[in-house]
Design a protein around this ligand. Structure first.
Ligand code: OGA
Ligand code: MN
Length: 293
């Protein structure tokens, strides 16, 4: 079997088939998958219902796994495997949580455009999201293409933004929708902000990427209000309809995206219905390390 790709969006999304993701991949399949991720940025596999262990084993072939916001603490973990990130609205018995539960707030914050873990350095590369249970309506995931967005920016804006850096903070999205009083000083200090250039070079393609998103809370060297308005503006460019694509989930889908050159957001659904997905996210590793793995 070999990897086969069918474009779903003309530029950055493809349906991928021809691999059984439960098996360890051959070196040339890994190379092909990484090349496909560099050419596109989002790949959709259907009918790959992975167990937690299978998903972890598959993801580990692309670098160490990142724990996500678990580093901040304060939430009981439903999934036994620390490498898995629980993208669900349910409790340990699989029942939808109360609307004011912290996990529900986190899920709502995921409905703001973001790049996973852009609040940490070193960077992360891929996220892989696997659909286990889905609501009867809504709950899609939207993606946007930050390389195409960069290419299309007006020249004046490119020149302005090329040398700017933004500070990204783990709780900025949560605080945006909830206020900061619901996080203890210890939680707010657990993951200190990091700085990323607004224009990042995407290593696999050598292309420039407009690295915006809701974790960016201010621009260095700019007044807070002016910087935030510029961030809003850039986010609007980054998510123009022509750079966007919506994934309508089916149970057993595995979607892989590259956080260095895309943004994504969840869409609303009925919070009284269970929605259960599992995510892994890879820390970025040097290409040479990955090729040797
Ligand atoms: C994520 C995420 C959005 C969604 O898993 O990182 O942002 O649709 N998910 O659940
Ligand atoms: Mn996310």
């Amino acid at each position: 079997m070999t990897l086969t790709l069918k474009p779903l969006h003309p530029v950055f999304v493809a349906e991928a088939s021809g691999l059984d993701l439960r098996q360890l991949l051959r070196a040339d399949d890994i190379t092909a998958l990484v090349a496909a991720m560099d050419r596109y940025a989002v790949l959709v596999f259907h009918d790959q219902p992975l167990s937690p262990q299978e998903q972890i084993r598959f993801a580990e072939q692309f670098g160490p796994l990142n724990p996500g916001l678990k580093q901040i603490g304060g939430q009981a973990q439903r999934l036994a495997e620390p490498a898995l990130i629980d993208i669900s609205n349910v409790d340990a018995d699989g029942r939808p949580l109360a609307r004011d539960a912290k996990k529900i707030i986190s899920g709502l914050a995921n409905q703001l455009w973001h790049s996973d873990s852009s609040f940490q350095s070193p960077a992360v590369s891929y996220s892989m999201l696997s659909a286990v249970r889905l609501p009867s309506w809504g709950g899609e995931t939207e993606f946007s293409d930050l390389r195409a967005a960069w290419d299309a920016l007006p020249e004046r804006l490119k020149r302005q933004v090329e040398s700017l850096e933004a500070e990204h903070f783990a709780l900025h999205s949560r605080i945006t929708i909830l206020g900061d009083s619901s996080y203890t000083p210890a939680q707010q200090a657990a993951l200190p902000p990091v700085v990323w250039p607004l224009c990042r070079l995407h290593p696999g393609s050598g292309r420039k990427s407009l690295f915006a998103g809701i974790h960016a809370q201010r621009i260095l060297g700019m007044g807070l209000a002016e910087g935030r308005m510029l961030l809003h503006d850039l986010l609007e460019y980054a998510t123009l309809p022509q750079f966007r694509w919506t994934h309508h989930w089916r149970v057993g889908d595995l979607v892989i995206w590259d956080n260095r050159c895309t943004l994504h957001r969840g869409r609303a659904y009925d919070l009284d219905e269970p929605r259960e997905l599992r995510r892994t996210t890879n820390d970025e590793v040097a290409r040479t390390d990955r090729a040797a793995a």
